[in-house]
Design a protein around this ligand. Structure first.
Ligand SMILES: NC(=O)c1ccc[n+]([C@@H]2O[C@H](COP(=O)([O-])OP(=O)(O)OC[C@H]3O[C@@H](n4cnc5c(N)ncnc54)[C@H](O)[C@@H]3O)[C@@H](O)[C@H]2O)c1
Ligand SMILES: [Zn+2]
Length: 356
C-alpha cells in the first residue's frame, strides 16, 4: 500500500482495508453512513462489508448517473441523515464514482455546517481525478457543478479492486485524465501510459500513484484555481464544448472520450502557438487515434462549438482561455486563441479522424 500525504489528509492506495479499519477505530464516530448509488450498492458495497467487519453503519442509496447529481437527490441524502439522527460526530463514507464523491462530499460539508466524510472512489475517473482536490458540488439548472464548495475529506482510500466491474469504455474514459496528467506535468508518466494495451487487463496500481501525485502537486500549489491549477483544464476547453454538443444528440460521448478530442485539438494549437514539437504532436495524435473512438465534427456545427467554448466559466472577458503545452510534460496557462485558429484545430481533428 502507498500513502500520499497532503497538507490536511492522506490518500491511501492499494490494499487500503487495514488503514481504513484503523481510521474508523481511532475516530470512534457516533454514527457511520455509507452513501452508494444503485450500482455501487450491488457491486462495491459487498466488497466493503467483506473487508470491514462490525461497522455499525447505515446505508443511504441514490439512483445512479449524472442526471441525479442534483438538489433533489441532496434533499434525499440530508433527509436520510436527519431521519437516522446524524450528529456532528458522524461520518459519511462516499462509496462510488465521481457523482457520489462530489454530491456526498457536498452534502456532508453542508449538513449541520459540516460533518466528516471520506472518499472511497470506485471508478477510474474518480480514483485519479475527482476524489482529490476538494471540489464538491452538484449540477443546477442544467449547468454542471454550478453549486458547490471547496472542502477536503478526512482521507481518500483507493483500491483498484473496484475497477474489475467497470466497463472498458469507462476505464478508457478515466484513463484520459491520467494521460492529461502526463502531458501537462510528467513526460515519464505519459510514456508509461503508452505501454497500456488492453485497459481491461491493466494493473492500474502501477500507474495510479504517479498520476495522483501530479494532481496533488498542482492542487496543493493552487487550491482555489487562481493560476497553475488551470493546467488541469488541458483538453477541456474544446473537449467540454464537444461533450456538451454531443449530449444533445442520440450518440453522446463519455467525458474522457470528448476530452481526448479536446486534447488532440489543443495539442494542435500548442504546436501552432507555443512550439510543441511536431514529433510530440504526432505521438499524441497516434495514441488517441489508435485507442479512442473517433467522430466527425461537422463544419456547420463549428459556430455552436465555439459558442460553448465562450461560455466556459474559466474565460475572462471576450477571449477564449486555453492551457497549452510547450512540450510533453510542460503546460503553459492563460493562452488565448482566435476563432480562426480554433476552427483550424477542429479541421485538423477531422482530417485525423476521417483518415482511417
Ligand atoms: N470534483 C472534481 O474535481 C471532479 C473532477 C472530475 C470529474 N468530476 C465529476 O465526476 C463525475 C463523473 O464521475 P464518474 O465517471 O465516476 O461518474 P459516476 O459516478 O456516474 O460513475 C459512472 C457509472 O459507473 C457506475 N459505477 C461506479 N463504480 C462502479 C464499479 N466499481 N463498477 C461498475 N460500475 C460502477 C456508477 O453507478 C455510474 O453508473 C461528474 O459528475 C464530474 O463532474 C469531479
Ligand atoms: Zn475531465
Amino acid at each position: 500500500m502507498q500513502i500520499l500525504k497532503l497538507d490536511t489528509y492522506s490518500i491511501f492506495i492499494g490494499d487500503i482495508w487495514k488503514e481504513l479499519e484503523q481510521f474508523l477505530e481511532k475516530k470512534q464516530y457516533a454514527h457511520v453512513f455509507i452513501l452508494v448509488d444503485e450500482n455501487t450498492l450491488e457491486l462495491c458495497l459487498p466488497i466493503f462489508f467483506d473487508k470491514i467487519k462490525n461497522t455499525n453503519s447505515e446505508v443511504i442509496i441514490v439512483p445512479p448517473g449524472e442526471q441525479f447529481k442534483n438538489l433533489e437527490t441532496c434533499q434525499h441524502i440530508w433527509s436520510e441523515l436527519m431521519r437516522l439522527n446524524a450528529t456532528r460526530n458522524s461520518l459519511l463514507i462516499n462509496l462510488g464514482g465521481g457523482v457520489i464523491g462530489d454530491m456526498g462530499g457536498f452534502c456532508a460539508a453542508t449538513f449541520k455546517r459540516g460533518i466528516d466524510f471520506i472518499q472511497i472512489p470506485t471508478t477510474l475517473l474518480s480514483q485519479v481525478d475527482s476524489s482529490i482536490g476538494g471540489k464538491l458540488g452538484i449540477d443546477f439548472e442544467n449547468v454542471k457543478n454550478s453549486i458547490g464548495v471547496f472542502e477536503n475529506p478526512q482521507a481518500v482510500f483507493i483500491d483498484p479492486i473496484f475497477l474489475k466491474t467497470l466497463e472498458e469504455e469507462e476505464l478508457r474514459s478515466g484513463m484520459t485524465e491520467m494521460l492529461k496528467h502526463g502531458l501537462i506535468e510528467d513526460a515519464t508518466h505519459w510514456n508509461q501510459l503508452l505501454e497500456i494495451d488492453d485497459v481491461s487487463e491493466t494493473d492500474w496500481l502501477k500507474y495510479l500513484p504517479t498520476s495522483l501525485q501530479v494532481k496533488q502537486r498542482i492542487v496543493e500549489a493552487d487550491p482555489f484555481e487562481k493560476n497553475i491549477r488551470k493546467a488541469l483544464n488541458y483538453g477541456h476547453t474544446i473537449g467540454h464544448a464537444v461533450e456538451t454538443f454531443f449530449l444533445e444528440t442520440p450518440t453522446p460521448l463519455r467525458h474522457g472520450e470528448a476530452i481526448a478530442i479536446g486534447i488532440i485539438c489543443e495539442s494542435y494549437l500548442s504546436a501552432q502557438q507555443v512550439g510543441l514539437p511536431e514529433m510530440e504532436l504526432n505521438s499524441i495524435c497516434d495514441f488517441f487515434k489508435l485507442k479512442y473512438p473517433q467522430v466527425h465534427l461537422e463544419e456547420k456545427n463549428f459556430p455552436t462549438l465555439i459558442d460553448w467554448m465562450r461560455k466556459d466559466k474559466k474565460n475572462v472577458g471576450a477571449e477564449i482561455n486555453f492551457t497549452l503545452i510547450k512540450k510533453i510534460g510542460e503546460a503553459v496557462i492563460n493562452q488565448t486563441c482566435g476563432e480562426e485558429e480554433i476552427v483550424e484545430s477542429l479541421r485538423f481533428y477531422n482530417r485525423l479522424a476521417d483518415n482511417s
